[in-house]
Design a protein around this ligand. Structure first.
Ligand SMILES: Nc1nc2c(ncn2[C@@H]2O[C@H](COP(=O)(O)OP(=O)(O)OP(=O)(O)O)[C@@H](O)[C@H]2O)c(=O)[nH]1
Ligand SMILES: [Mg+2]
Ligand SMILES: [Zn+2]
Length: 298
């Protein structure tokens, strides 16, 4: 049977998804064009950062034929659904700020997602120009520095230079709550991006996040960065009970050391994790949060 294709099939063109809007995508190819694409058939979802092969269908338009294997996929999920955030990222930048207040639980979840995908994570405390509230935020974030995570302090409004060396050679993704300043950072790094940003009161009043879709930007030849919509929760329903503990880097030395192989790290005797908490080697706050997450899937 002859093909019913309207355009003669040619070699697939490699590209990268730079924006994902449900079933519609923008794909950047080597020729620099951002092509408007749809997905062939009923393939699973694709995310910003996915490497794909496309077939041209008309000028400036194409069809995604293949999603190439991913080095990492960041997503969140609850009992009902999954939401892809970004693919192939090598680094997660968790953006927090003293105003509006940030959630330590969200930081813990983001870190666990990064650990699960074995990608680097760093915490960026933005809005340091708000000096008084920032002081308290620095104190509560000290825990993460102790855990070995890089904690950078910055003001997207005045100077983003301290962040630049850490973005070199990475595909980074900015994640965090709404209003932390992710898009403001993108605009400071890439003025041509012209990302919409919004006053906090507007965001809180409407209950809407300013950024609605992830978008990938090129910083230089080797460095790219994705701006993503703000999240209230980073659901980790897809990480099963046993893998969850690996999401907490300070637990690593104690995993497998409990008396019982199927230890739930609760009230069982001989729990190495509980003992480490007792000895001050694991923070009680993080351990309690681990249990809160684990309980959700029991
Ligand atoms: N004082 C101060 N305000 C900032 C700074 N960075 C961002 N803001 C303000 O914080 C508000 C929210 O910034 P956005 O960049 O829209 O925040 P976002 O994280 O992208 O929010 P979503 O897109 O909803 O996730 C805006 O009013 C910004 O002007 C900063 O360094 N200092
Ligand atoms: Mg934004
Ligand atoms: Zn245990």
């Amino acid at each position: 049977m002859s093909s019913t294709r309207r355009f003669p099939a040619s070699l697939p063109i490699p590209g990268q998804i730079v924006a994902a809007f449900g079933r519609h995508f923008l794909v950047k190819t080597a020729s620099d064009a951002a092509l408007s694409c749809v997905m062939r058939g009923k393939k699973g979802g694709a995310a910003c950062g996915d490497r794909v092969e496309i077939q041209l269908t008309a000028a400036g338009q194409g069809v995604i034929e293949t999603i190439l294997p991913r080095s990492a996929i960041l997503y969140r999920s609850d009992v009902y659904r999954e939401k892809l955030i970004a693919a192939n990222v090598t680094q997660m930048v968790i953006v927090v700020a003293a105003v509006p207040s940030f959630s330590e639980e969200l930081i813990n979840s983001c870190l666990a997602a990064a650990e699960n995908q074995r990608i680097k994570a760093l915490i960026l405390l933005n809005k340091t120009d708000l000096t008084e509230p920032t002081r308290a935020a620095v104190a509560s974030l000290a825990l993460y520095r102790e855990l070995g995570y890089l904690l950078l302090e910055i003001s997207a409004k005045t100077d983003v230079a301290p962040l630049l060396p850490h973005l070199q050679g990475h595909l980074s993704v900015l994640v965090g709550q709404s209003g932390m300043g992710k898009s403001t950072l993108i605009n400071a790094l890439i003025p041509a991006a012209e990302r919409a940003t919004a006053g906090i009161s507007v965001a809180l009043y409407t209950g809407r996040h300013t950024t609605t879709h992830a978008r990938l930007y090129h910083l230089d030849e080797n460095s790219r960065i994705i701006d993503s919509p703000g999240v209230q929760e980073f659901g980790l329903h897809y990480i099963d009970g046993e893998d969850l503990a690996w999401g907490f880097s300070e637990f690593h030395p104690y995993i497998g050391q409990c008396r019982f192989n199927d230890c739930r790290h609760g009230a069982e005797p001989g729990c190495a994790l509980a003992q480490a908490v007792g000895e001050g080697k694991i923070s009680r706050r993080r351990f309690d949060f681990y249990h809160k997450l684990a309980a959700c899937r029991a």
